[in-house]
Ligand binder design. Structure first.
Ligand SMILES: Cc1cc2nc3c(=O)[nH]c(=O)nc-3n(C[C@H](O)[C@H](O)[C@H](O)COP(=O)(O)O)c2cc1C
Length: 334
């Protein structure tokens, strides 16, 4: 009810303005309220980490790690910050975020605006609270694709000491050519090099930060199978599925559907669920999968669990349904 009122005020503002206000509010909440314990529920082990519950904040909402303690105080069991790139960059020109209200969806073409790895790491070091924080890494727009590995390595080295896990983002549709890194001929050498570096960092820092890869929903099932088989033989620690889609099939009747970018929210759910199912069938029961894409209710989260996700993440449903959803889903999945 309270969120309904807040939402109608926020929806009068341009999406990025509303987003900035929300981040401010969550940041202040984190300063005032400590993260609440998850009702004494036993911690959940995945990726070698202890999660308070199965629900996380998806990458992109808090790109610069400004409100991590606030998100945890809202009941999230983990927070994924980023995508961060080695150097700060402004992203694409505005407007670059669009609400498709009737579909409870968003189209965005942000293009990784962020403060750069160094500043994000400094913020994570200065955190007062505890709680699991993953860092999602990418490449700068200006870095040629054939040098992408250098950007991922640079980010990995920077964030490793402060990240509980690191996500290699090769699936954003808003950085030219990025998704071609999902071709196994490119992906296997990239992830193998990052794994090698991660093992060296593990020895140097005497800590672990498992490496995950985040995939696109626009990969055909056969491609997903090929990638899943390849990444489990490297082996990376886990898979996040999925990022946003460039498909407009489910929203074709809406004028904003013509905007370029990645579509998220309810229209994505069927595809993200199907992708998780295919990935789970291929990798078997052991490899952790984080399901994300269109989860907007406890029933959706249960369905994604049934499809094979160990953990779920939310972004767009937070905008449409509000923060009460976090605890609702956490309870449903406990
Ligand atoms: C405005 C916006 C920005 C996003 N930025 C990122 C990002 O920087 N990195 C990333 O891996 N995913 C990013 N995402 C994708 C989300 O993490 C998530 O994978 C996707 O939105 C599907 O989940 P949802 O339907 O719950 O929103 C972004 C999504 C939105 C809506």
């Amino acid at each position: 009810m309270l969120y309904r009122i807040a939402r109608s005020a926020l929806f009068h503002l341009p999406p990025e303005k509303a987003h900035a206000l929300t981040l401010d509010a969550v940041r202040w909440r984190g300063r005032i309220l400590p993260a609440t314990k998850q009702g004494g529920a036993p911690a959940l082990q995945a990726l070698g980490l202890s999660f308070g519950n199965r629900v996380g904040l998806a990458a992109g909402f808090d790109k610069n790690a400004v409100a991590v303690d606030g998100w945890l105080s809202l009941g999230f069991g983990h927070v994924e910050v980023g995508t961060v790139t080695p150097k700060p960059q402004p992203g694409n020109p505005q407007p670059r975020v669009f609400r498709l209200v009737r579909s409870e969806a968003i189209i965005n073409r942000m293009g990784f605006p962020n403060d750069g790895a160094e500043r994000v790491v400094a913020r994570l070091r200065a955190r007062r609270g505890s709680g699991i924080v993953g860092v999602n890494i990418g490449k700068n727009a200006a870095t040629p694709l054939d040098r992408a590995v250098d950007d991922y390595l640079s980010c990995l080295r920077a964030v490793f000491p402060v990240a509980d896990y690191v996500t290699v983002n090769v699936s954003s549709p808003n950085t030219t050519g990025l998704r071609s890194l999902q071709d196994t001929e490119q992906l296997v050498p990239l992830l193998s090099r990052l794994m090698e570096e991660s093992q060296a960092l593990e020895r140097r820092h005497s800590r672990r930060a498992p490496l995950l890869v985040k995939l696109s929903p626009d990969l055909a099932d056969a491609e997903l199978r090929k990638i899943a088989a390849a990444v489990s033989s490297i082996p990376v620690a886990g898979i996040i599925a999925t990022n946003t889609t460039i498909s407009r099939e489910a929203v074709a009747d809406q004028p904003l559907a013509r905007e370029t970018g990645g579509l998220s929210g309810r229209p994505l759910f069927a595809r993200s669920c199907a992708a998780v199912r295919v990935l789970r069938e291929t990798v078997g029961p052991a490899m952790p999968i984080i399901g994300v894409g269109g989860v907007a209710s406890a029933a959706d989260a249960r369905a994604l669990r049934q499809a094979g996700a160990d953990l779920v993440q939310l972004y767009t449903a937070l905008v449409y349904r509000g923060p009460g959803l976090v605890r609702e889903i956490a309870r449903a999945l406990s």
